[in-house]
Design a protein around this ligand. Sequence first.
Ligand code: GDP
Length: 359
Amino acid sequence: KNDVQDFGIEESLSELSQLVDTAGLLVVGSTYQKLTSPNPRTYIGSGKVSEIKSAIHALGVETVIFDDELSAGQLRNLEKIFGGDVRVCDRTALILDIFNQRAATHEASLQVSLAQMEYQLPRLTKMWTHLERQAGGKVKGMGEKQIEVDKRILRNQIGILKKELESVRKHRKQYRNRRFSVPVAVVSLVGYTNAGKSTLLNQLTGADVLAEDKLFATLDPTTRRVQMKNGKEFLLTDTVGFIQKLPTTLVAAFRATLEEISESSLLVHVVDISHPLAEQQINAVDKVLSELDVSSIPKLIVWNKVDKVGDPQKLRLEAEKRDDVVCISALSGNGLQEFCNAVQDKLKDSMVWVEALVP
Ligand code: GDP
């Protein structure tokens, strides 16, 4: 990688692992190599290619994910070398997969599809050169013509999508479908990937701050219905996390996946307070939030992973001075009661705060 100065290799790979996990895949190993410039054919050097190939066979690897954007040629060459059914992809394709899984609104789906098509466009060569090879070179040139046809089709589709997006934006409100006919408070978790949002979401399932497990129904993989002992309830929903190295081509798609939060009653900004770049991460999240139409929504800040900081007591005192911060350890469950109380406090004035729907 050539941007190591502001973002370390280890850190970048650990973020990539986190993203792989989010996409529902299991990481079995990772490796990196320092080169003065990427190999134009295979991105990594030939020794590294062999090393990975051996690992693929030894570990039964199905997918190899690169932390940088690969060219169409590099993707093709690597897939050919690794052989079989091994899928090679890059960070951008992985992030697009995640956005695709998480796109909750019609507009977000369109925006992600658009980004996927724009990503595919320069990488179309793959399929057709493969056919050419199969035909033993007898149809030389056929692939080339077909690529042009395909590119034209894809460009047309991109044009259509862009028009559709424009019209959806004009009628945005119309497309927002409420999850429930009875209004219920929706609390959205935002924050960096790895901040502990899903740990918090999952921990609340078993925590005794809640009435009973069975009342904690999972609505979809990222939303929980939380009912507290006092009978009050709210929906707690996770969002796609912020990413340090978000390719610029994906910024619009990322924003679109976040747009649903403008319907929330409360935003909970989860911060990994033990992270050396916590301050920068907070600012980056705030910057994007200020660009979305959410300034009127109340916000609660959660300093998570207090178990990992050197002086948790000092942190707690600092948090106590502010009425919008709670300290928790999502992992150990420490502070969950305070978290729920704070949520309740913030929602107090909210119009959509209703008594429990579940008897
Ligand atoms: P998300 O990307 O925001 O959903 O983050 P996750 O919930 O997946 O958490 C990322 C990593 O941080 C996981 O390895 C968690 O086990 C870990 N983690 C989450 N909360 C805490 C915490 O309070 N303390 C510590 N030490 N680790 C935590």
